[in-house]
Design a protein around this ligand. Structure first.
Ligand SMILES: *[C@@H]1O[C@H](CO)[C@@H](O)[C@H](O)[C@H]1NC(C)=O
Ligand SMILES: *[C@@H]1O[C@H](CO)[C@@H](O)[C@H](O)[C@H]1NC(C)=O
Length: 196
């Protein structure tokens, strides 16, 4: 009887020891998993705050784009003096950086801008447009047409680094003319490529 009891206790003790070992291993595994989980939580938090930051930056990014045509009134010029062209048909003006009452585009932020214009001549001798930045001419263009009944075009584009407040406008040089109608032949457009 005593021997048998001792035998059972002995077996139970062995089992307890083995259970204890397994418990210790499980506990250590649990603590590893907890640590891993905390690390992942930290990384998730930092990713989430980075996404928030990028979303805010993207929402605050200035949007600037305009597209205009000159007039419905037909031929403009030639005059014996230079005149500022006021593109009066405004089709796109995101950010309102183009002012149709002055013809001036004013850069709202420092950045790189793309500008483009097409000049059309009809029943014209010379056609031409000069580009001005802050009232300084930065580009001159003209074309001579000896046959007044041949329509003529040219398109030019510029990529300019501008600071906030820089002004761009187009000028019809003296002796030149430009033509536009409801067909939108003569256009002026621009957009912000990226900020600096
Ligand atoms: C992660 O963010 C949650 C919610 O903002 C916060 O409760 C938790 O303490 C943060 N955890 C870590 C590890 O930064
Ligand atoms: C000129 O442009 C405006 C705006 O896009 C458009 O409504 C109009 O039809 C255009 N004229 C022609 C002849 O395409």
């Amino acid at each position: 009887q005593t021997k048998l009891t001792f035998f059972f206790f002995s077996v139970q003790a062995t089992e307890l020891t083995s259970l204890g070992t397994r418990l210790t291993a499980t506990e250590s595994k649990t603590s590893d998993l907890e640590k891993e989980n905390a690390d992942l939580q930290t990384r998730l938090n930092s990713s989430e705050s980075r996404i928030d930051q990028l979303e805010t930056e993207n929402a605050e990014k200035p949007k600037v784009a305009f597209y205009t045509a000159l007039t419905d009134a037909g031929n403009l010029g030639p005059y014996n003096t230079d005149i500022t062209l006021k593109y009066s048909k405004v089709f796109t003006n995101i950010g309102n950086a183009y002012n149709p009452s002055t013809g001036f585009f004013t850069a709202p932020v420092k950045g790189v801008y793309n500008l483009q214009f097409t000049v059309f001549g009809y029943h014209a001798g010379n056609i031409g447009v000069d580009v001005y930045k802050n009232n300084q001419r930065i580009m001159a263009n003209w074309e001579r047409n000896d046959n007044n009944y041949v329509p003529e075009y040219f398109t030019k584009s510029l990529v300019l680094e501008l600071t906030a407040g820089d002004e761009i406008h187009l000028v019809l040089p003296s002796g030149c003319s430009i033509y536009d109608s409801s067909d939108n032949y003569s256009t002026f457009s621009g957009s912000l490529l990226f900020t600096l």
